[in-house]
Structures are given as C-alpha cells and as structure tokens.
Design a protein around this ligand. Structure first.
Ligand code: ZN
Length: 410
C-alpha cells in the first residue's frame, strides 16, 4: 500500500479551512445555498485544471473533471464527494487539530472525545487523528472524501507510467440539504459506475439504502357556521387525523430498525376547511415499497369517501435502494471486492436507513453508486474525527478500483 498519510492529511486540512456550511432554509431557492461552497468548488476546478483534467463547472454547480485514459480497453469509472458541511453544529471557521494519538480520551476546548464511546480509536494508537478544536464540526463529512479523490487523481497525474482508463470526478454542493443532485450533469457523464466517497470507518461500504417517497395529501373540507353544521360541515382535520391514526404504529420509524420499512407522518398543517399532510414512506424491498405506496393511497381515498371530503394524493419517489442498480451491475461490487482483496483489507457491508446522493443517481440514471469509507467518525458533531491512516487506505482503495477497471471494456 502506498503511504498517503502526509499528503492526504495536509490536503484535507487545507479544504477544512473553506467555510462551506450549507443552509437548508435556502434549499431549492439558491444553488449552492451558501457562497463558500462555490469558493471551494472554484478552487477545486483550478486544482483539477492544473493537473491537466478536462473540467466543467458553471450552471449546474457541480464540478466535473475527467482524467483521460492513458491506455485502451478500460471501463471509465467515476468518484463523487460533496463539498458542503452540515449545519447541525457550527460548520464554519474550522480549526483542525492534529493529534499524535497515544490512547485515552481526546480533550478539546469545547468537548471531549471519549475512547469508551469510540472503539475505533483503538486502531489509531500510534498514528494520527485529526479533530476540530471542539467548537465546530470538523468537516470530514465530506472533505475527507474530496481530499481522497483529489489525492488519487493527483497521484495518477504525477505517475504517468501507471496505466488507467478514463477517471471522472464529481464534487457536488448541498448534499446535506438533500438538493445536491438536483442539477447533476448526467448527460455529460461517461461512466456507467460511480463510487461515492462519503462513508465512515475503515472497511465499511454501504451498498443498500431505503426506497423513499414523499406523499402529499391535500384534504378539502366543507365549512359552515358551527351552529348549523349538522350534516354539512366536513372537517379536514378530522379526516387528516383519521389517516394518521390508521397507519400502523408498529411500522413507524420509532418502532423499526434494520430492514423494516415504515410510514411516517412528518407534517399536518391546516384548518377545518383545508389540510395538508406530508407522509414519508421508506422500505428496503421494492415490492413492499410499492405496496406501501398503493396501500396509503387506498387508505386516503377510503377516508375521503367515509368523511365526504375531497382528497388529492400525490407521491414522489425521492431515491431508490441502490442495491437494485448494484444487482443489475454486479461488476461494480466485484470491483470493490477485487480492490479490497489486492490491498488486503476486509470490507463490511452496512445498511443505510436513509439515502445518499448515490441513491439519487441510481434512481435517476440507473447508475450503481455504492458508498465507501473515508475514515471519518461522529459526523455532524463537535466530536467529529478522522483517522489519517484510514484516509490513506481510502486513497489506495480508489486507485485499486481504477486499476480493476482495466481490460474490462468490450
Ligand atoms: Zn456526507
């Protein structure tokens, strides 16, 4: 394995100095939601151009670079990471701190990272860990991913003797607001496989996530003077609560884990005249997901009939379980196993009870897009930390995946 610890950690710390916290309140209104994200994206454009990649940026606010193949017969392959950081705790003004880790708790200005809460720290004894100063998050989610992809590309450029196919890189904004993939340049994309570098502990890969839909229910009641309402008033709120209470409590987020899916009433707003409900549906199985969608619609229609309320039902699929796209392209997971085998690391597959930008790509373009580890931990918190040696392993993993694509094109 090549030792990238020094270069990738230096690069990572440099990226953490960009203020790229995204703003969910501006999601869908402004892209990127915060100016700092485009500042980092433009810096990445310059770095990629200096390395000699073909780069496009511009209208989509997605950085897209292509490192052209230096040999024939390889499948093109893409890697993706997001430049924004979460706003759960302060994400700007990050002051990264290097720790030569010798065991025990890591005491910071604003907080303590306890070894007892972080069993993975054990493997870092004798190597380096990076944290914030404890007053902000660190931004390893996902600047560790950005740094690892940039490091791998720059290694290939400085070692032209290493043969490779076309390598694409994508740096998206606003992943944390859920809008990162809104204007993704699918028509420019040449790869049929993509890997998101946005995971956690070393060796962990995420190849399965929920199928997800948001359903909007609009209930139109009939209003009358309450004194003469008998037989005439149709209360939209009564119908809304009938829908909410008919959903099985055992199939709610608070009662499920692992592969169990659920219904979740996220919002009810309105008056007796008109009400609006937002109901989320999540399921790993495509069949159960479709069942939930149609069962909910039937329930809504039945309540409308029984309560004499007019009801509109709309549903939109947000993302799909990427396992479906992965299963259709088994070579994508095979490349992962091959790469890990070559590096002698053990991969562990984890489920995501949520979605990723990769899941959105799988939904929109049918392109499989598993999520790989970056070495980061405790995302979205003051206790966020990243293992420098795991970051180096991630860079090796990217290079090994690129290598495994050689000789695979028809
Ligand atoms: Zn992330």
């Amino acid at each position: 394995m090549i030792d990238f610890t020094k270069s990738v950690s230096g690069r990572f710390i440099r990226y953490t100095q960009f203020d790229t916290m995204s703003d969910p309140s501006l999601a869908g209104k402004r892209r990127p939601t915060t100016e700092g994200q485009s500042v980092l994206q433009k810096a990445l454009v310059r770095e990629l151009e200096e390395l000699g990649l073909d780069v496009t940026y511009g209208d989509t606010s997605v950085v897209h670079g292509i490192l052209r193949a230096n040999e024939k017969g390889a499948l093109p392959v893409a890697f993706m990471a997001h430049v924004d950081t979460a706003d759960d705790v302060m994400g700007n003004n990050v002051k990264a701190v290097r720790h030569s880790y010798q065991g025990g708790d890591i005491v910071l200005k604003g907080t303590v990272i306890r070894q007892s809460d972080n069993p993975d720290l054990e493997q870092c004894i004798g190597s380096e860990v990076i944290t914030s100063d404890g007053t902000t998050l660190l931004g390893a989610d996902d600047k560790a991913g950005v740094a690892e992809i940039m490091e791998a590309v720059s290694w290939l450029v400085s070692h032209p003797e290493i043969p490779h196919g076309d390598v694409e890189v994508f740096f998206t904004p606003d992943e944390e607001t859920g809008r990162g993939m809104d204007m993704f340049p699918y028509d420019e994309m040449i790869s049929k496989a993509c890997y998101t570098m946005d995971g956690g502990r070393e060796g962990e890969i995420e190849t399965e996530c929920f199928n997800a839909a948001t359903c909007i229910v609009r209930i139109h009641g009939v209003s009358t003077h309450l004194g003469s309402a008998r037989g005439r008033l149709v209360n939209a709120l009564t119908a809304a609560s009938a829908i909410a209470s008919a959903l099985p409590q055992a199939e709610s987020p608070e009662a499920t884990d692992q592969r169990y899916g659920y219904y979740h009433v996220g919002q009810i707003t309105g008056t007796n005249v008109s009400a609006r409900m937002e109901i989320l549906i999540r399921d790993f199985s495509a069949g159960m997901f479709d069942f939930r969608l149609s069962a909910l619609e039937e329930l809504v229609r039945a309540v409308g009939r029984i309560y004499h309320a007019e009801i509109d039902f709309e549903s939109e699929v947000s993302y799909r379980n990427m396992a479906q796209a992965n299963d259709a392209h088994p070579e994508v997971i095979k490349a992962l196993d091959e790469a890990a085998g070559k590096l002698g690391i053990k991969l562990e597959s984890a489920l995501i009870r949520g979605g990723t930008d990769g899941a959105r790509m799988a939904e929109k373009a049918g392109i499989p897009c598993p999520n790989l580890f970056t070495g980061g931990h405790n995302y979205h918190s003051l206790e966020e930390w990243v293992s420098v040696s795991s970051m180096s392993v991630s860079v090796n993993m990217i290079l090994a995946i690129i290598d495994s694509c050689r000789g695979k094109a028809e």
